[in-house]
Design a protein around this ligand. Structure first.
Ligand SMILES: Nc1nc2c(ncn2[C@@H]2O[C@H](COP(=O)(O)OP(=O)(O)O)[C@@H](O)[C@H]2O)c(=O)[nH]1
Ligand SMILES: [Mg+2]
Length: 316
């Protein structure tokens, strides 16, 4: 077994951090290590918390953390915020209160570095979730800013996704356009101390009438994270969704669909990585790019056919 996998099995937190760094750096041994780590899979509940910047995601995650620790559940927090260059606790908003968690061995907090492309970040985050699961955390909370495809990709592996919205912020329309409404299993109206809660609630109810979801109907939960209000209800709705996933046929169907998407995703990445490496290492092909007016359709068609004909990359 990979030495890190073995140490993770023994709940060595430094090995956990090391493995995540390997994943982030896209180390050559990554896939082998991950596949061994995957065999150690426990059954953590992966929870995604997404929403616009400033919606209160970090504050909520922080409150939820305290709530979960009170029930003796162990928690990994993964913060993904490509718009924020900060690292460590600073990213998690409420820094002072967050610090109290740093010395607790039942908690692991990691913010993902924004190295490389956004796509790379999404992949690294998904792998990091797997590593945390193998370690044995009961709950894995992933905070992401819901802005684009990359975040949507991360949420695809979550068991339960909560979308954080705030009254009168006008972010619903933007979120709607970005296709984030569909991935929400739970609508969280945070900052419920501000005016406009009822209006936002009506908007969400109208949306749900139109979307007409089969199976799970996303509940609307109100929270005021600054006052620690609604956290208990939020957690019980998250658990209710977990029960739905594991105890109903529709839930099972959703999990199968998720597995399929994940496999497709991994294959897509493997293929692209292979094709890219082949073309990048081909001097002749690189020369072709010097002619900026070359026909991209023709080149893509030709080179992809050529790659397929060779049975993929034979460099490794
Ligand atoms: N009024 C009010 N402010 C809140 C609430 N929750 C968070 N905030 C504030 O909103 C700001 C952004 O919170 P943060 O958790 O960093 O948001 P994030 O960017 O979504 O992670 C901070 O100043 C919080 O104190 C709430 O329930 N009510
Ligand atoms: Mg935040």
């Amino acid at each position: 077994m990979h030495p890190l996998a073995e140490r993770i099995q023994q709940q060595d937190m430094r090995a956990l951090a090391r493995a995540i760094t390997l994943v982030e750096n896209d180390a050559p041994e990554k896939l082998d290590m991950l596949s061994e780590i995957f065999s150690l899979k426990k059954n953590a509940h992966y929870i995604g918390i997404t929403g616009s910047p400033g919606a209160g995601k970090s504050s909520l995650v922080n409150r939820l953390l305290t709530h979960l620790r009170e029930q003796d559940l162990t928690v990994a927090v993964i913060a993904v915020d490509p718009t924020s260059p900060f690292s460590g606790g600073a990213l998690l908003g409420d820094r002072v209160r967050m610090n109290q968690h740093f010395t607790d061995p039942g908690i692991f907090i990691r913010s993902m570095a924004t190295r490389g492309s956004l796509g790379g970040l999404a992949r690294a985050t998904k792998d990091t979730i797997r590593v945390c699961d193998a370690y044995g955390f009961d709950v894995i909370l992933v905070e992401t800013v819901g802005v684009g495809q990359s975040e949507l990709d991360i949420m695809k592996v979550a068991d339960t996704t909560g979308l954080v919205l705030t009254p009168n912020s006008g972010d619903v329309l933007q979120i709607f356009k970005a296709g984030i409404m569909e991935i929400a299993n739970l609508f969280i109206i945070n900052k419920a101390d501000l005016p406009g809660v009822q209006r936002l609630k009506t908007t969400l109810e109208e949306y749900m009438m139109i979307a007409n979801p089969k199976g799970w109907v996303p509940p609307i939960v109100q929270t005021i994270s600054t006052q620690n209000e609604g956290i208990g209800e939020l957690w019980s709705e998250i658990r209710r969704h977990h029960d739905y996933l594991y105890q109903t046929a529709k839930g099972e169907e959703q999990r199968q669909q998720q597995l399929k998407l994940e496999v497709y995703d991994l294959i897509r990445e493997e293929i692209w990585r292979d094709v890219e490496r082949t073309i990048e290492s081909d001097q002749e092909k690189q020369q072709v790019f010097h002619n900026a007016s070359a026909d991209p359709y023709q080149l893509a068609k030709e080179w992809f056919q050529e790659w397929k004909g060779k049975g993929g990359n034979s460099h490794d």
